[in-house]
Design a protein around this ligand. Structure first.
Ligand code: ADP
Ligand code: MG
Length: 238
């Protein structure tokens, strides 16, 4: 598990500023949900935590250590995307074990990690299948399995369920909640879905136009929205 802290973090693409002065303290084991309109900088924030995007200004620390310049592979953080981003030419087992094979873990370690993750996610019957022979929900489970096998310090989720239908979304939401209870890993989760935000978050971070509007427990944001933007966003149907 890891604590993640952003201090006055800013991000520009050329002259276009997309995030400014973001302060955020995420505690060990916490489940933080980022909400906000399209284009407000949620994905960019996750990508900076993962190391996939440079930080223009400010400081990012993980477990108290400044990591602004640390390569993604050295951050021990796993990211789960909306698009699944599975390797199409590999079967489910190989998709899940790929990161461990890259890290030259032993066969025994890899087999045990894949078996544990596939058991947790109900993927045992599908280990030999290629992604194209799986449903959307199964693909998203593989994407989560691929993140879990590494036993990362933290998980970053970028709208992981938004391609799924309502019934599957509900099922996967419960699964993510259960996995978090079981693994306890620090999680930062982006969603448009208010029910997801309410049921998963220990704290919600409401963003707009590149800055943080309010941070609080889900009910705090509902009961005491800091401004009209938060009230409107939280109050509107998903
Ligand atoms: P969100 O995930 O909240 O929808 P993003 O983080 O994807 O928002 O994008 C925030 C802003 O940054 C948008 O205006 C987007 O166009 C811009 N942006 C994102 N990535 C890039 C990039 N690689 N180059 C230039 N602009 C980008
Ligand atoms: Mg996004």
């Amino acid at each position: 598990m890891a604590s993640i802290a952003l201090s006055r973090v800013g991000k520009s693409f050329g002259t276009h500023s997309v995030l400014s002065e973001v302060d955020l303290d995420i505690k060990d084991g916490e489940f933080v949900v980022l909400v906000g309109p399209s284009g407000c900088g949620k994905s960019t924030l996750l990508r900076m935590i993962a190391g996939l995007e440079d930080i223009t200004s400010g400081t990012l620390t993980i477990d108290g250590q400044r990591v602004n310049d640390l390569k993604p592979k050295d951050r021990d953080i796993a990211m789960v995307f909306q698009s699944y981003a599975l390797y199409p030419h590999m079967n489910v087992a190989d998709n899940m074990s790929y990161s461990l094979r890259l890290r030259r873990r032993s066969k025994e370690v890899i087999a045990a990690a894949v078996s544990a993750a596939s058991g947790k996610l109900g993927l045992d019957p599908y280990l030999e299948r290629r992604p194209k022979a799986l449903s959307g929900g199964q693909r998203q489970r593989v994407a989560m399995g691929r993140a879990i096998v590494r036993k990362p310090k933290a998980f970053l989720f970028d709208e992981p369920l938004s391609n799924l239908d309502a019934r599957l979304r509900e099922q996967m939401r419960a699964e993510i909640k259960r996995l978090h209870a079981e693994l306890g890993a620090t999680s930062v989760y982006v969603t448009h879905d208010q029910i997801e935000a309410m049921t998963l978050a220990s704290r919600i971070v409401a963003m707009n136009a590149g800055s943080v509007q309010q941070i609080g427990a889900p009910l705090d944001l509902y009961d005491r929205p800091a401004n009209l933007f938060v009230a409107g966003f939280i109050g509107s149907p998903g």
